[in-house]
Design a protein around this ligand. Structure first.
Ligand SMILES: [Zn+2]
Ligand SMILES: [Zn+2]
Length: 356
């Protein structure tokens, strides 16, 4: 009889729960099996359960985790069993055409780098399998704790790519729409990249405070004033060089287009989980001729990016852990999951701990 473990699964659309699954034993020649130590629950997991990418049957959820290498494929170099490692939410193959073109998040097909809790079992289990381990596993520096490193796997990578794709000129002006965990990391990323003015659009007081903590210069509360007007006022009537959409909603996307100056960039990292179309505001778009660029990105993965993000943690350039509002043991993950779906108790990120 094979060894069993607990896994937190999507039973079907709208239904989740813990179930027993066999511990994966065969990493395959290029893969690895990790023993999970820390994980974070993500809002995108709740979109998946609501049916945003279709139905799944008993698929293990979760894509943000760090762990210890339990078993390693014979062809994997540079890492060994027992190593403490981080793996990105996105695990590209680094061999297909899209990977070789440099679009690794679109591995094989659009969004194809997203494998955990999409096309294979995710990380909310005591053990999980990682494909193409040599390209996807990064050693965690000794001085970086698991509960900090786990933020590199998605929140930092996604938030930062939002800032990177926003083409922020040094000293330039940036507006970040929504200060959930991804928006907060976009705010931090904009500062790291040299923005001269970072405007965070957010109404929840705790998130406003965190936005200031992570480097926002000004807060715009969209429940008290029109955010586009407020952003124009803060930029001498011009609008911002770069607007980052970190929510995934028509209203914020539109505001991003309208709040960006001609020649500016709208960088979208929100997950648009509903509806068939996203509309572009015609006048704000310069009736199609405003020299505005709309960029999109999915969390970049891979060892090299993880190493760079972990370096920021190692040198103390950023400490993402103030985003951890709740810590729960794996046995109580269903509670963390439902809190994340309803955003109750001012939750930002729940950290899930696993018995070692
Ligand atoms: Zn995530
Ligand atoms: Zn690929």
């Amino acid at each position: 009889m094979s060894k069993m473990m607990k896994a937190f699964v999507m039973r079907k659309v709208g239904e989740v729960g813990l179930m027993e699954k066999p511990v994966p034993q065969d990493p395959g020649p290029g893969g690895a099996i990790l023993k999970t130590t820390r994980a974070l629950v993500c809002t995108s997991d709740t979109h998946t359960v609501e049916g945003a990418i279709g139905d799944r049957k008993n698929l293990t959820l979760g894509h943000e985790a760090v762990g210890i290498v339990y078993k390693l494929g014979g062809e994997v170099k540079g890492i060994k069993e027992g190593d403490r490692v981080a793996v990105s939410a996105i695990t590209p193959c680094y061999r297909c055409d899209n990977c070789l073109r440099g679009f690794t998040s679109q591995c094989g097909e659009m969004l194809g780098g997203w494998k955990f809790a999409n096309i294979k079992d995710g990380v909310f289990a005591e053990y999980f399998h990682v494909n193409d381990a040599e390209a996807n596993l990064a050693l965690i520096p000794d001085t970086v704790r698991d509960e900090s490193a786990v933020y590199a796997t998605d929140m930092m990578s996604t938030g930062f790519i939002g800032a990177e794709k926003a083409h922020i000129p040094i000293g330039g002006t940036v507006a970040v729409f929504a200060q959930g965990p991804v928006g907060l990391m976009a705010t931090a990323g904009a500062r790291l990249l040299g923005a001269g003015l970072v405007i965070a659009v957010e109404s929840v007081p705790e998130r406003q405070d965190l936005a200031i903590h992570f480097g926002a210069d000004r807060i715009v509360d969209f429940t008290k004033e029109d955010p586009v007007k407020a952003i124009r006022n803060l930029t001498g009537g011009m609008g911002v060089d770069s607007a980052i959409e970190a929510l995934g909603a028509q209203e914020t996307f539109e505001a991003c287009v309208n709040a960006t100056r001609p020649g500016g960039t709208i960088s979208v990292i929100g997950y648009f989980g509903k509806g068939d179309y996203v509309k572009i505001p015609r006048l704000g778009w310069g009736v199609g001729m405003g020299d505005k660029t709309i960029q999109t990105a999915l969390c970049p993965g891979g060892k090299e990016r993880m190493q760079r993000l972990l370096r920021l943690l190692e040198t103390g350039r950023i400490d993402p852990t103030p985003m951890t509002t709740h810590t729960l043991p794996f046995e109580q993950i269903e509670r963390a999951f439902s809190m994340m779906a309803s955003k109750e108790d001012k939750i930002i990120k729940p950290l899930i701990t696993f018995a070692v």
